[in-house]
Design a protein. Structure first.
Length: 368
């Protein structure tokens, strides 16, 4: 997968820009607040239809403008394609793939594949479960459109079931008649999602261990475990029917507790995964350096699994990460990404002699 060229207009501080990338290492170099991350954000948006910085698309429209636009040309498996997005101030957006409009983001995800690593990801190990679930969902969705569709259905059903629980005391009869239907649908989608997450974690284990050892040369043995809604010791996720029935039973047994809480307390929306060193939780016992090595290993593993499933590496996007790594980890990362397409943002010009460098100043991108 190669990002060839991006055109951007009225996107944050970028008035108008066109940048042609090298198929190798690309360096967006400049002072802070000049537009380095803005361009990286535009590239990433073409990958999953979401920003890693903004909650609403309107936040990406330049101040005083009515709309913003981005267009990305990319290639993979011998074919060149295009994704374009028009953002309007009235909360609408028009997304096109090869000049054909798409209305569902599930049609976009997985077309242009990119792995993002930003400073926030360095705390992935010690962050809360929600951040780790989000990491899993993005990584798996890029490779499996069926997973994304199932996750979207699950979230819709969860919203409906939570609304029903909140009104349980107001209309007990309607609650009894309806809650089983929502519980069954929730269990059905949850079983597929849980199996996909467990498979991903099991496959990522090898790459996380390899990268961690190569990077740190430490003797500690890393591990990655899926903490799903069926419990730490449950090993039956491959049997979707068994998982679905267990989930449905748990939902049914906990209805009174859920009515008291006013929300669904059981399901894949409570999932987590745990990274360990010598069997002990790395978030509690790992040093900051070890936690950063493990976080970086998880992102590199994401790229390796994408290559296995899709036949080619994704585009790697690194936002101001090098400044957060010590010399040894920086050198390892630069060696690991050779012969892959990478777009870095940094305040330091001297990163790699083989990189194409763009001087970034006030939303302009000048090749050096």
């Amino acid at each position: 997968m190669i990002a060839e060229k991006i055109k951007v207009r009225n996107f944050r501080n970028i008035k108008e820009a066109e940048v042609t990338f090298s198929p190798g290492i690309n360096l967006l170099y400049g002072n802070n607040a000049q537009g380095k991350t803005n361009l990286l954000e535009a590239v990433y948006y073409a990958s999953i239809g979401k920003s890693f910085r903004a909650q609403h698309p309107q936040e990406m429209i330049a101040f005083g403008e009515d709309e913003a636009f981005l267009s990305l040309d990319f290639s993979g498996r011998g074919r060149t394609q295009n994704i374009s997005v028009l953002f309007s101030g009235n909360r609408e957006r028009r997304v096109e793939k090869n000049r054909v409009r798409i209305t569902r983001m599930s049609e976009l995800v997985g077309e242009f594949r990119a792995v993002l690593f930003c400073p926030e990801h360095l705390s992935l190990i010690k962050d809360g479960p929600a951040e780790r679930r989000n990491f899993l969902d993005i990584a798996i969705s890029a490779r499996d459109p069926l997973y994304l569709a199932s996750l979207q259905r699950y979230n819709r059903v969860l919203k409906q079931r939570n609304a029903l629980i909140k009104k349980a005391e107001d209309d007990p009869r309607s609650f009894r008649e309806t809650v089983e239907v929502w519980s069954r649908q929730l269990a059905h989608e949850g079983a597929y999602i849980a199996r996909s997450r467990k498979r991903y974690i099991d496959r990522a284990f090898y790459y996380v261990g390899t990268c961690f050892f190569e990077m740190s040369k430490e003797k500690e043995v890393p591990g990655v475990s899926y903490l799903g809604f069926c419990g730490r010791d449950f090993d039956g996720y491959e049997n979707i029917y068994e998982t679905e029935e267990l989930c449905f039973r748990k939902l049914s047994e906990n209805l009174e507790r859920e009515k008291g809480a006013g929300a669904t307390l059981y399901g894949i929306h409570k999932d987590d995964f745990e990274v360990t060193l010598n069997g002990r939780p790395a978030r509690l016992y790992g040093s900051q350096g070890q936690q950063r090595s493990l976080s970086l290993s998880l992102k590199l593993a994401e790229g390796e699994l994408c290559r296995e499933d899709c036949g080619e590496y994704p585009v790697f996007l690194f936002d101001d990460v090098l400044s957060e790594l010590d010399a040894g980890r920086r050198q390892y990362l630069l060696e690991k990404i050779k012969e892959k397409q990478v777009i870095f943002t940094t305040c330091e010009e001297a990163v790699s002699k083989e990189s194409r460098i763009f001087r970034v100043e006030d939303g302009t991108y000048l090749p050096l």
